[in-house]
Design a protein around this ligand. Sequence first.
Ligand code: PFF
Length: 457
Amino acid sequence: MSQPNSPSQQPAGRDSFVTSLGAVVVTLGSAVGLGNIWKFPALAGENGGAAFVLLYLLCVAGVGLPVLIAELLLGRHSRANAVTTFRKLSPGKPWFLIGVSGVLAAVIIMTFYTDVAGWVYSYIFKSLTGQLSVEHTEAIFEQTISSPVSSLLWQWLALGTTAAVVIMGVSKGIERVIKRLMPALLLLLIICDIRAISLPGAKAGLEFLFQPDLSKLSGAAILTALGLAFFKLSLGMGTMLTYGSYMSDSQSIPATATRVVLADTLVSLMAGMAIFPAVFAFGYEPTAGTGLLFMTIPAVFASMPFGGLFTFLFFVLTAIAATGAMISLMEVPVAFIHETLGWSRRKAVALTVVVMALLGLPATLSTSVWSSYTVFGMTFFDLFDFFSSNILLPLGGIGIALYVGWVLRRDKFVQSGSNQGGLNNQRLVATCHSLLRFVTPVAVTIILLNGLGLFTL
Ligand code: PFF
């Protein structure tokens, strides 16, 4: 078995990120997404605010960061897609199934992620054309998701936009576009934060987000926080592994991963700071879940001065975030098809888009004409979300942790993570290996069993 002890050269003709900063920004572009603006505030709101945020931070530092480092290192060492990586490192062994589950998870997540991204795109249009009135946000959301033709068209627009970037390749498409979009996202977020924090009565929202009341913690919240950390950092499905394969040998992977984790967490907190102060200032409830983004936010923003403008800006930044994440999700199957079947990127993207659009049909139509079709008591949207987030993603996380912790030797892992001893970070990388060996598999197995309803805390 080959070990990640020596850096492997990028095969001739294989694209890669041009700069180290570009690599950090693109990786961040995958992590930052609907997870920060839709899931994080929704879950924090439903689980008691700051206490949940604290738990989430612990999960990100203790479980998320080591798995992120492991995925990036595996990818950089193998210089290949999620499936080929394991085939190269452990030929003839079933470890490649981790990669297969990753490709499958990426395709399935895209079926509902593009649906939600389509709603976000449509809200940009609605806010521009003045269709988001304060009194009717519930009816508007209902109408958005229950109209089959328009929700499909918006979903295809989201898929098409993503494909247009992915088709251009890693350096000329993905890196170039995300490097422009991320600063725009940050700027818009800062503007929305300043507006929300300066509202009279905003303090209660900040306290909700930052002043933990530990009595609000429950066992279930720990599991939710751990699951969110995986989804947020795009872990367990080979996305970060694929991006690691485009990183240079001189890049410090632990430093890149740490920056991405810190910046992603900051974006989540900043999204919370744009949402909760405004929610509290206008006397809304923070517990609306998905409705928080699509019903509460438009209502709250519309009722404040220059509300229309801020609603528009908020949905533009959400669309940017969603698009960066969708690009990374599409790149997983595209890299796999391109490299294993030898198809051109263009053909690989075309096939991926068709598969995603077809599988996306039942997910999208399940909030309208197919709402009565259920499998295991779930609509297709919920089934795809459940199957990918609660089964494939934790399985991938356990697989990667077990592979790195028990198959790859510790000294080889440390050598790879320290760029053959060139970086002074051996302790950190060794700790990471121990966490992957002992803590991660147990913690994630608990999430998996919980997701399947076989175990409750
Ligand atoms: N991290 C993205 C978010 O927070 O929205 C979602 C995501 C992207 C999950 C890419 C998984 C993935 F492979």
